[in-house]
Design a protein around this ligand. Structure first.
Ligand code: AMP
Ligand code: ZN
Length: 118
């Protein structure tokens, strides 16, 4: 049995507030939102970090970004703007080791140079 919290969300053994799903990708609201819109977009397949993404995952990565575009439109923030974030390993601030893209928006976000990416 998997110990990965996001795999459990994919399996349905841990609940989530889903916003989008297809065969390969799932998106759900973050439990600790950093902004009015904070959605996590994950591949259903377990990949620990961006470092483990391989050549054969190209289509899957494209799916994550396609889902982000779709969700941003659906939630009405596409035109105002939003941020996509992928934290990698310790220094990147990664806490959950199942690849995910944060879709953050619904307010004016800080600049990256100030160190505020939330
Ligand atoms: P990261 O630091 O990039 O690994 O981000 C992990 C994110 O997952 C954090 O923003 C958490 O709030 C979020 N998170 C952790 N557990 C859950 C959960 N069960 N459902 C929804 N979001 C979660
Ligand atoms: Zn996983």
């Amino acid at each position: 049995m998997t110990e990965c919290i996001f795999c459990k969300i994919v399996e349905g053994t841990v609940p989530s507030k889903k916003v989008y799903e297809n065969d390969t990708v799932l998106a759900f609201h973050d439990i600790q939102p950093a902004a009015p819109v904070h959605v996590l977009i994950i591949p259903k397949k377990h990949i620990p970090t961006m470092n483990e993404v391989g050549e054969s995952d190209a289509a899957l990565i494209a799916e994550l970004f396609a889902a982000a575009r779709h969700i941003a439109r659906e939630l009405g923030i596409a035109e105002a703007g939003y941020r996509l974030v992928n934290n990698v390993n310790k220094d990147g601030g990664q806490v959950v080791y199942h690849l995910h893209v944060h879709l953050i928006g619904g307010r004016k976000l800080g600049t990256l140079v100030s160190g505020d990416v939330s």
